[in-house]
Design a protein around this ligand. Structure first.
Ligand SMILES: [Zn+2]
Length: 252
């Protein structure tokens, strides 16, 4: 079992290096007692980075996935190096921060796009996918033409106001009391989730989520929303792209 340390609070999403102990070594991978590496899920790709032993040996983490209650860090290194890893050994984990921080900006922008699309059309998001500098959301119905301009303006305004992003923990019974609340997401919560980890973007969005987000919308930077594409099932796909030159405010 791995403690998902990146979930704890907002500062935990900004941790780039950490100490942890190896608890098992399944083929090709390392399971730690705790991790700040995000395992792929919810449309957000897994993190990459390195694990380093005290004697200096370093292995590359090429993918991170959930495996039941554990997180599997898939590593790439020569067999002689991998043999130096052992159960009980402590390592220093280091995230590929440029990649992770991009995902945090992109993921927070995706929450905003889903929220604004919902406010303007009442269409909810069925699925979101993040890759590189681009995120797509699949909405449950067709969109009016040229809506991307209004959505672009909406996002620019929220980014410009630098609104805080906070994590709330809401008891499940309280969350379930309002089954028809105005929410932009359609993905059902698994029954065992309690409390519900809720991401609140000030005056913009409230959404249950286990991903990583920036602490303030100003960190997202400039965003471009592309025209919607109709999907064969009657839904529609919207895409947004981050400015590759980075956010206007400093990270970390
Ligand atoms: Zn999220």
């Amino acid at each position: 079992m791995t403690e998902l340390a990146y979930l704890a609070d907002m500062p935990s999403a900004y941790v780039r290096t950490f100490r942890a102990r190896i608890v098992s070594l399944p083929p090709g991978g390392v399971v730690l007692d705790r991790t700040f590496f995000y395992p792929a899920g919810g449309g957000q790709p897994g993190d990459r980075g390195t694990l380093r032993l005290d004697e200096g040996t370093e292995v590359a983490v090429v993918d991170v996935t959930k495996s039941g209650p554990s997180v599997l860090h898939r590593v790439r290194a020569p067999p002689a190096v991998v043999r130096r890893l052992g159960v009980g050994v402590e390592v220093d984990g280091t995230l590929d921060w440029e990649r992770r921080y991009r995902h945090m900006r992109l993921h927070t922008a995706q929450h905003l796009l889903s929220a604004r699309a919902f406010v303007r059309t009442r269409l909810r998001t069925r699925k979101a996918v993040l890759a590189g500098l681009r995120a797509t959301i699949d909405l449950e119905g067709p969109l009016p033409p040229a809506l991307e301009r209004e959505l672009s303006d909406d996002l620019a305004s929220v980014v410009g106001e630098d609104r805080p992003v906070t994590i709330l923990r809401v008891p499940r019974s309280e969350w379930d009391r309002e089954p028809n609340a105005q929410r932009s997401g359609l993905v059902p919560l698994p029954p065992q989730v309690d409390p519900v980890r809720v991401i609140e973007i000030d005056r913009s969005d409230v959404c249950p989520c286990g991903g990583t987000h920036v602490r303030s919308t100003g960190e997202i930077g400039r965003v471009t929303v592309e025209p919607a594409v109709p999907l064969p099932d009657g839904g529609s796909r919207l895409a947004l792209t981050l400015d590759g030159s980075g956010p206007p405010t400093a990270s970390g």
